[in-house]
Design a protein around this ligand. Sequence first.
Ligand code: SF4
Length: 196
Amino acid sequence: MTKQERQRRMHELDEGIRVCVRCPLHKSRTHAVPGEGPVGAEVFFIGEAPGGKEDRLGRPFVGPSGMLLNRLLETAGLKREEVYITSCVKCRPPNNRTPHTNELNICQATWLDRQIDLVDPSIIVLLGRVALQQVLKDQRSLRQIHGEVVARDGRQYFLTYHPAVAFRVPETRDSMEEDMALLKQLLATQLHAARK
Ligand code: SF4
């Protein structure tokens, strides 16, 4: 599929997400938040769900967590405009509660899996417990496995905390910085291997 065709399909997905009513979360949203970034991005970030500012603006990671994510991207040697960023669910849950299993499953099958296929990244960064449990069905604690790479079904996943955790547990921020330094090394190794 040409890049132009992938872009066209991504645009169609975005439009579909904006009017989606497949799960109950559509009732509590102001705007659905499809995701942002180029098709063909090397790195694909998956958070949990839009928060208040994301819901108002219809854009991912633009609130306080997004500001921290931007700084973490710098540590990883990445520019925001070169990565793809989205969440497990595209609509804000009421009072920012954790998305329910049925909401996560419907949104993944309907939208997230298709976004991943279209972008076809080299590495997927799972931000936080909900993304880890939903995408990899992995129940382990991030305290033990953050910074690890997991290979599954032909894709590579990098595990780290959700930026929002750093506001509740400040020491997590140091761990996230360390994880992003590891991600930078991993990407450099991959790029080096790809150029050989
Ligand atoms: S969370 Fe996903 S599946 Fe549910 S209404 Fe929003 S876009 Fe549709």
